[in-house]
Ligand binder design. Structure first.
Ligand SMILES: [Fe+2]
Length: 109
């Protein structure tokens, strides 16, 4: 998120946010599945239920209205946009790996 604070990271931020929008629907579907698996009241998951569709629309529009026009205008921006995507995917992977490690450690105790 800090990428949006400096103009020099503008293109990386575009990629970062694109990846975020594309990942969110699946992640929220998994949250809802876990919600149900744990027998929680689904009324508490309204935000996630709504945003499965909303974020899919954001992702499509982000690609159509931001990523594609920016790359058309400045072709070499695709390198930094891609780096931003990789930053987001790596951040998410590291976070989820850390959670998995913690959960696996707790199960073995
Ligand atoms: Fe969004």
């Amino acid at each position: 998120m800090m990428l949006s604070l400096r103009r020099k990271y503008f293109y990386k931020a575009i990629g970062y946010f694109a990846a975020t929008e594309f990942m969110t629907p699946r992640r929220f579907k998994n949250v809802i599945a876990a919600w149900q698996r744990n027998g929680l009241d689904l009324s508490g998951a309204e935000y996630h239920k709504k945003h499965v569709k909303i974020e899919a629309i954001h992702a499509k529009n982000w690609l159509k209205n931001v990523v594609v026009p920016v790359i058309k205008k400045k072709t070499d921006s695709s390198f930094d946009i891609t780096r931003g995507v990789i930053y987001r995917l790596n951040t998410s992977a590291r976070y989820l790996d850390m959670l998995m490690s913690k959960f696996m450690h707790k199960q073995s105790c």
